[in-house]
Write a protein that binds this ligand. Structure first.
Ligand SMILES: C[S@@+](CC[C@H](N)C(=O)[O-])C[C@H]1O[C@@H](n2cnc3c(N)ncnc32)[C@H](O)[C@@H]1O
Ligand SMILES: O=C(O)C(=O)C[C@]1(C(=O)O)C=C[C@@H](O)C=C1
Length: 241
């Protein structure tokens, strides 16, 4: 279904939430809003295969409709691996379970409705946060990333995809403009773009690109790289040695 949530003028644009109306259009919304989304999701499956360890857990934190979970499940084949997807939107979780169950696989998947700040992460070979950390309150981000590092086994990987900003205003403006053009080219009107901006500005606080690398290093990862970037969106891998 096509995303037209912000197509008509709203008297007051409410804060963005992952409710039932968003669930209905989510695949279209994320595809038309996030440059590189398809490449990132399919590469997450391949990265999971590279870093999988037998007898371990694979986490998809903020799994939405299960795109990354399903991608990983296509590639993961180590013995006794389990994929755990977590999301705190009941509407997402309900639909995610339907999506996941539509694919036959020997890899067990558990989809939990929970706040990722409250879950335990243990015995992990792979942890994915695909465009989710940006929705966590800024003051909770360091503790969450530390918990992920602590829950990873040696040799495990954290895959973190986000929208970025830059201290350098010239770079920031240039990459932002490319993103706005991407949205226009995908059929979003100026009204849709501006109402969506108002809806997300209070709930999606974007970190500087440098701040991500600093935080990943601070919690203990010493192998960190941005493995993909398209405009102001991209993805890091951080490996626990
Ligand atoms: C942009 S979507 C993620 C997209 C998804 N990972 C994918 O690859 O298609 C962000 C998701 O994070 C979830 N989320 C936000 N805050 C959360 C929290 N504290 N705990 C669990 N899930 C959260 C939202 O409900 C939403 O489904
Ligand atoms: O930055 C924007 O304009 C967005 O719409 C971004 C974004 C995201 O990065 O998650 C915000 C909410 C939706 O989940 C889809 C895309």
């Amino acid at each position: 279904m096509r995303d037209n949530i912000y197509a008509t003028p709203q008297d007051k644009v409410e804060d963005f939430t992952f409710d039932r109306s968003v669930v209905e259009v989510f695949p279209d919304m994320i595809q038309r809003s996030v440059p590189g989304y398809t490449t990132i999701v399919s590469s997450i499956g391949k990265l999971a295969k590279q870093f999988q360890q037998s007898n371990s857990n694979i986490y998809d934190l903020g799994c939405s409709l299960g795109a990354a979970t399903i991608s990983m499940r296509k590639f993961v084949d180590a013995d006794n691996c389990k994929i755990i997807g977590v999301d705190n939107s009941e509407a997402m979780v309900e639909r995610c379970r339907l999506h996941v169950n539509a694919f036959k696989s020997d890899i067990p998947v558990e989809i939990q409705c929970n706040d990722i700040n409250n879950i335990k992460i243990k015995n992990a070979s792979v942890v994915v946060m695909n465009f989710t950390l940006q929705f966590i309150a800024p003051e909770q981000r360091q503790a969450l990333v530390q918990k992920i590092f602590d829950g990873l086994k040696p040799g495990g990987v954290f895959i973190l995809s986000e929208k970025f900003r830059w201290q350098d205003e010239n770079i920031n403006n240039a990459l932002n403009d490319l993103h706005l053009d991407f949205k226009r080219a995908n059929g979003y009107s100026e009204l849709e773009i501006s109402q969506k901006r108002s809806a997300i500005e209070n709930v999606m606080k974007i970190d500087y690109h440098d701040a991500h690398i600093q935080r990943l290093n601070d919690v203990g990862f010493n192998s960190v790289s941005c493995w993909y970037q398209c405009f102001n969106f991209g993805s890091f891998i951080a490996i626990k040695s």
